[in-house]
Design a protein around this ligand. Structure first.
Ligand code: ADP
Length: 691
């Protein structure tokens, strides 16, 4: 196709030849119908008619749409010529008619022609596309690629259509000349035709019955109209669906409460699709059952809310739980094989029990996360075939619902986090206030004492001594407070390494007691009685920290028990895995509602300002953190005020017996006890020194 484009329009040439002709406007659909009716003249004509047929398609793809038809037309006559502007490769000429490609900038690219010239009939359609505004021009361009029936309807052409033999002959001549311009190789074949045409003008016009043509034309027009109506219907349905989805989605998204979102979705869907029952529930793929909470019902339909809905054994749920399944639609539960195979399956039982005749299940997902299901039921005696529109609507709502649910959940989580943060912040503020107070109190005392000592050199020796002792006591108190506070912070941060090893309970208790005995003389503390059986299993613990806990509990017991009272330490194996150590005293006891509070930081029954027995108020909080780290537990029991207290420790029993460290053949228990005692003692000394 090397020939230069011809700029003159065929329509212009024809109109120039026949100045009396007036062109008129045709919609594309009418031209299609007209062309088909004209082509049918050829197809239904006599075998020996052999008409000249010249068709000009603007673009190759329009020709491709009609290629089969032109194959048939080509079998009727050897003089069939098709012009089109090639879009991909050159149009290959089919076997039985000629295809003539022209350059896309030829005036033909904008024109639609069909000329049929036989002995018994002549007709021509010569039109050019009208591109009125830049907008329609743009539409025209776009329509060439993705032309819908509606878009195609808006395309308009201007030109002539006639049965006039003279005009048809002239049009044929003009078009055949164009063909020779583009396909000089056809010149030899076309020259006889061109020569014969003027004679054909003079041929007496044989009147064919116009009715078949009119009827064909009518049929094609109707078909076009029908296509158009369907396209409009589709658009209307699509619009309706989109409006519905939009209204449901915007209603759903108005709420950030997941439950409210489900209530709205249920209500709106059942209203939009007029179903008997609509259920929306949250669940996961592996769930056995779910409880129905959200449902919308038509009148007289039994409610399912409050019922447990079986999922695991329900083949329909299992079907929609598959990743690639977007819906399961059942028109008639009585004859759908998913309910019949295997017989009496759960879906069938459910359908019968709840009178479900038509069933639609759509999964609610967000990305790949399965969040729940939308179920629609029609109940009673009539069945309902779910249309593609209905299914797509529910699917679209499910997509919106998935997003809304996740968004609502994220918001709820955020609120939860924010509440937790608020609490944490409050705790932090309290802690700062309490710590500040706890530190300031002894500091003020020390300052007052030292100031008095400095400003009153004549102070009596006895008073001086008291001042000094008070200042030293409070300095000690501050030191303990800071130490305990640091220990607690370290424990709470989780940065403590736990060295678990098999230990003897007796050893640990002895070590804790040795500290008490050093600090408190027997005359200023209650009697301490040990009831620890000889052959207890070793425990699995960290000696340093367990001794710390025991020391603190024994310290407290001494502090809160009068000297004439007693403290009993017992231990026994609760079961194969745990051993319980109890430190019971006959002291002042703890109110029932304070049994947990005593483990809070700075808890002190008499309030921090009125402390009578010293202490930092952090001891039990530290014990709780240590026991947690050791895989055990600590808790308090008491019958109430003045009824004594019991502090219990639950400690894991060691799997293995305490290993002998020396190579001596001494009995395991003896060598272990002494070596273990030494080891723990060394470690304990380390703690005591470091604190
Ligand atoms: P501290 O003893 O330094 O005040 P703790 O955390 O060890 O701090 O104890 C917190 C509070 O628990 C004590 O102030 C006391 O009110 C109560 N408590 C602890 N042990 C006993 C006990 N054996 N008998 C009665 N009350 C106790």
């Amino acid at each position: 196709m090397s020939s230069a484009a011809l700029p003159n329009s065929v329509l212009g040439d024809v109109l120039a030849e026949f100045p009396g002709l007036r062109s008129q406007i045709y919609f594309k659909n009418s031209l299609t119908a007209l062309s088909h009716a004209m082509e049918d003249l050829v197809l239904s004509g006599a075998e020996d008619e052999q008409p000249i047929v010249v068709a000009c398609f603007q673009k190759e793809r329009f020709y491709r749409q009609e290629a089969k038809r032109y194959e048939r037309i080509g079998r009727k006559s050897p003089h069939v010529f098709v012009l089109a502007s090639p879009e991909t490769d050159l149009i290959a000429s089919p076997s039985n008619h000629e295809a003539i490609p022209f350059t896309p900038d030829d005036a033909l690219a904008n024109e639609w022609h069909l000329v049929i010239l036989g002995d018994n009939y002549a007709a021509c359609l010569i039109c050019a596309e009208r591109r009125e505004t830049s907008e329609t021009a743009a539409t025209g361009k776009k329509s060439a690629l993705t032309e819908s029936p509606i878009e195609s309807r808006t395309r308009r052409f201007e030109g002539i259509w006639t049965f006039d033999r003279k005009i048809t002959c002239q049009s044929a001549l003009i078009l055949l000349e164009r063909i020779i311009h583009y396909r000089p190789d056809l010149k030899e074949r076309l020259t006889p035709l061109i020569t014969a045409i003027p004679e054909s003008v003079a041929k007496p016009f044989s009147h064919r019955d116009p009715e078949p043509f009119a009827q064909r034309l009518m049929t094609y027009l109707q078909t076009g109209q029908n296509k158009l109506t369907k396209a409009y219907q589709n658009i209307a349905n699509k619009e309706r669906r989109e409006r519905l989805i939009n209204s449901i989605s915007s209603t759903i998204r108005q709420s950030l409460n997941p439950d409210e979102v489900l209530v709205i979705a249920t209500k709106e869907l059942s209203k939009a699709l007029r179903v008997c029952r609509c259920l929306v529930y949250r669940c996961q793929v592996g769930d056995e059952t779910t409880e129905i909470v959200h449902e919308a019902l038509a009148a007289n339909v039994p409610a399912l809310a409050g019922n447990s809905w079986m999922l695991k054994d329900n083949p329909l749920f299992q079907a929609i739980a598959q990743d690639d399944v977007t819906a399961v639609a059942i028109a008639d539960t009585a004859c759908d094989e998913r309910l019949l195979e295997p017989a009496d399956n759960l879906a069938q039982q459910v359908a019968q029990q709840w009178n479900i005749t038509s069933w639609l299940l759509v999964p609610v997902r967000y990305r790949d996360k399965f969040l729940g299901v939308i179920e629609l039921h029609h109940c009673g005696s009539f069945t309902h075939t779910w249309s593609q529109d209905e299914v797509s609507l529910v699917e679209a709502v499910a997509v919106q619902l998935g997003g809304a649910l996740l968004q609502a959940q994220a918001y709820a989580d955020l609120e939860n986090f924010s509440e937790q943060l608020e609490v944490l912040n409050q705790t932090r503020s309290n802690l700062i206030a309490i710590t500040g107070h706890e530190l300031r109190t002894p500091l003020s005392t020390i300052r007052v004492c030292l100031e008095s000592l400095a400003s009153e050199p004549d102070m009596a020796q006895e008073l001086r001594q008291i001042m000094l002792e008070t200042a030293l006591d409070d300095a000690d108190r501050m030191r303990y407070l800071v130490q305990d506070f640091l220990t607690l912070s370290r424990l709470e941060s989780g940065r403590v390494p736990w060295n678990l090893e098999p230990l003897s309970v007796q050893e640990c208790v002895d070590l804790a007691l040795s500290g008490i005995y050093t600090r408190l003389d027997a005359s200023v503390r209650p009697a301490i009685i040990l009831k620890i059986p000889a052959h207890l299993s070793p425990i699995e613990s960290d000696g340093e920290w367990l001794v710390e806990v025991l020391s603190k509990l024994l310290d407290n017991a001494c502090k809160f028990t009068p000297n004439d009272g007693k403290i009993v330490v017992t231990a026994y194996e609760v079961d194969d895995n745990n051993l319980q150590i109890t430190i019971a005293d006959t002291g002042r006891g703890i109110e029932e509602n304070q049994l947990e509070a005593v483990f809070d930081r700075f808890y002190q029954a008499e309030g921090s300002l009125r402390r009578t027995v010293g202490g930092t108020g952090l001891g039990l909080a530290i014990c709780r953190q240590i026991m947690k780290g050791l895989g055990g537990r600590v808790w308090a029991e008491s019958e109430g005020r003045e009824c004594g207290s019991e502090f219990h420790l639950l400690v894991p029993i060691a799997d293995e017996i305490i290993p002998a460290i020396t190579s001596d053949s001494a009995p395991v228990s003896d060598s272990t006890v002494s070596l273990s005692r030494e080891a723990i003692r060394a470690k304990y000394r380390k703690i005591v020194q470091s604190t």
